[in-house]
Design a protein around this ligand. Structure first.
Ligand code: MN3
Length: 199
């Protein structure tokens, strides 16, 4: 195995009742693991097996066929989920005064930020994600991406991402994506988001 499934930084039931334990088990142990297995299976026995993923991504233009598809799709899927898990913490973690000011400077107010982000997550057609991203000039923007895509491919660095694939919420919220998004704000780990921003 080239890449391993990282352990969650909290118990599977720790985000209850916002995200239920069964959803977390299936999402982490089945969905996340499956894409990782697919990536590893394609890389096994090839010269790429011993490369770091950063190296593979830098060489993405030179990869072809199955290797290109595996890295392009499965790696982002894997990477996006790592960001997602570590962007949440039981009960949430509060904003520092400094980072709150940075968010207000960029979005006008915290309410405005949440409205923009929630709308991006809600109106992302089908599967995908909403993000807060850092632009080249250290500004902050809200974007959404379809399927497994990640804003890094457009040069924008994600610091918070919300998974709105149905597997992320369907057991508890069924078709009520808006409710899932609204509740999810209460488990965001703003300390982690700030550290990514400053990263
Ligand atoms: Mn997912």
């Amino acid at each position: 195995m080239v890449f391993q499934l990282p352990a969650l930084p909290y118990w599977y039931d720790a985000l209850e009742p916002i995200i239920d334990s069964e959803t977390m088990h299936i999402h982490h142990e089945k969905h996340h693991q499956a894409y990782l297995n697919n990536l590893n299976a394609v890389l096994a026995g090839t010269p790429y097996e011993t490369r770091t993923i950063e190296d593979l991504l830098l060489k993405l233009d030179h990869l072809t066929g199955k290797i290109y598809t595996a890295v392009r799709n499965h790696w982002w899927w894997y990477y996006n989920h790592n960001l997602f898990w570590t962007g949440m913490t039981p009960g949430g973690a509060p904003l520092s005064a400094e980072f709150q000011q940075i968010l207000v400077d960029n979005f006008g107010s915290l309410e405005q930020l949440q409205q923009l982000f929630s709308a991006a997550a809600l109106w992302q057609f089908g599967s995908g994600r909403a993000w807060i991203v850092v632009t080249d000039d250290y500004g902050l923007e809200i974007v959404s991406t379809p399927n497994q895509d990640n804003p890094l491919t457009d040069g924008r660095r994600p610091i918070l991402g919300l998974d709105v694939w149905e597997h992320a919420y369907y057991l508890r919220y069924q078709n009520r994506r808006a409710d899932y998004i609204q509740w999810w704000w209460s488990i965001v780990d703003w300390r982690e988001v700030e550290s990514r921003y400053r990263g």
